[in-house]
Design a protein around this ligand. Structure first.
Ligand code: ATP
Length: 269
C-alpha cells in the first residue's frame, strides 16, 4: 500500500537501559510520558493525562531516534517512524492525506509512538510554491496534534530536529511540541558508558575505558558506535589469521578512534 512505503512500523526492544547517559532527558520523559501511562490515577489527581508531544533537538548521532525507540520500548508501544521528506515530496493534498492516515493508523495501534524526523524540513523551504505546500502540511500536523490532545489517546508524538531554529513557530505553541528537550553530545562519563554498552557481550581484553572516553571528546554516540565497530573488524581480522577468537584490545579502539572524526563539533560552530 502507498502509505506503508512511508512508515516503518515495529515494536522496539530497546529500553532506556540501552541508552547511555542522557539521565535528565530520560527523567523528563519518564515524568511526562511514561508514568502517566503506568499510573494514570496519580496524574489524574493533578489533572494530568497520558499522551502528548515532545521535541528532541541537538546534533546528529546523539541518540534522538534511539531514545524515541526506547520510549516505545519502555511502554511496550508500537513505533512508527515518519520520513517527512518522503511525505513532502508528494502532491499537495496527497501529503496531508498521508499524514492523516498515519495518525489514524497510530490510533488503531495504541499505545503508539509516532516519531517524526527532520521536523525542520517542514517550513524550511524558500520556494513560494513549496512554502504553500509546507504550510498546508504544517496545518495538517497541527490538526492531528490538537486531535490527540483532545482525545488523550495514548498516542505519543516525538519530533526531532538538528536545526530547531528553522522550525515553524506554529509547531512550538502550547499544546503542540511544547516539551522541548536538548539531546546533548555525550560528556566524558557518558562516552565511557556508551562505549561499555557497545562493547558488552563481545570478546574484549580487560581495559580501561575511561582513558578512551577522555580521548574521544566531541564524539557522538553514533561516532562511538562506529569506533567500536571498526575495532571489532580489526580483532576479527586477527581471528581469521590465527583461527582463534582474538579479543578487542585497547590498541584497536584507540586506533579506530584516531581515524574517526568527532562529528558534534561542527554543530556548535
Ligand atoms: P540524527 O539527528 O542524525 O537523526 P540521532 O540523534 O537521531 O541523529 P541516533 O540515530 O539516535 O541519532 O543515533 C545513531 C546511533 O548511535 C544509534 O543507533 C545508537 O546506536 C548510537 N547512539 C547514539 N547515542 C547513543 C546513546 N546515548 N547511547 C547508546 N547509543 C547511542
Amino acid at each position: 500500500k502507498e502509505d506503508d512505503a512511508l512508515i516503518e512500523s515495529d515494536k522496539p526492544k530497546e529500553t532506556f537501559a540501552d541508552v547511555g547517559g542522557l539521565e535528565d532527558v530520560k527523567k523528563k520523559i519518564r515524568m511526562n510520558f511514561i508514568l502517566p501511562l503506568q499510573q494514570p490515577e496519580l496524574f489524574a489527581a493533578y489533572g494530568k493525562e497520558a499522551g502528548g508531544s515532545l521535541l528532541l533537538y541537538g546534533p546528529p548521532g546523539c541518540g534522538k531516534t534511539f531514545l524515541a525507540r526506547a520510549v516505545a520500548g519502555e511502554i511496550e508501544a508500537n513505533f512508527m517512524h515518519i520520513e517527512l521528506q518522503a511525505i513532502l515530496a508528494m502532491y499537495v493534498g496527497q501529503s496531508e492525506n498521508n499524514l492523516h492516515n498515519i495518525f489514524a493508523k497510530a490510533r488503531e495501534n495504541k499505545p503508539c509512538v509516532i516519531f517524526i524526523d527532520e521536523l525542520d524540513a517542514m517550513g524550511g523551504s524558500r520556494h513560494q510554491m513549496r512554502q504553500h505546500h509546507d504550510r498546508m502540511l504544517v496545518n495538517q500536523l497541527l490538526l492531528e496534534l490538537d486531535g490527540l490532545q483532545a482525545e488523550n489517546d495514548q498516542v505519543f508524538v516525538i519530533g526531532a530536529t538538528n536545526t530547531p531554529w528553522y522550525l515553524d513557530s506554529a509547531l512550538r505553541r502550547p499544546g503542540r511540541f511544547n516539551h522541548l528537550v536538548f539531546v546533548p553530545p555525550p560528556a566524558e562519563a557518558e562516552r565511557e558508558t556508551i562505549l561499555g554498552l557497545k562493547l558488552a557481550g563481545k570478546p574484549v581484553e580487560p581495559l580501561n575505558l575511561s582513558r578512551l572516553a577522555g580521548e574521544t571528546k566531541f564524539f557522538s554516540g553514533a561516532d562511538l558506535e562506529q569506533v567500536v565497530s571498526d575495532a571489532v573488524e580489526m580483532a576479527m581480522e586477527r581471528t581469521f589469521e590465527t583461527g582463534e577468537i582474538q579479543p578487542i584490545t585497547a590498541g584497536d579502539l584507540r586506533q579506530a578512534a584516531k581515524s574517526r572524526k568527532a562529528t558534534t563539533l561542527e554543530w556548535f560552530a
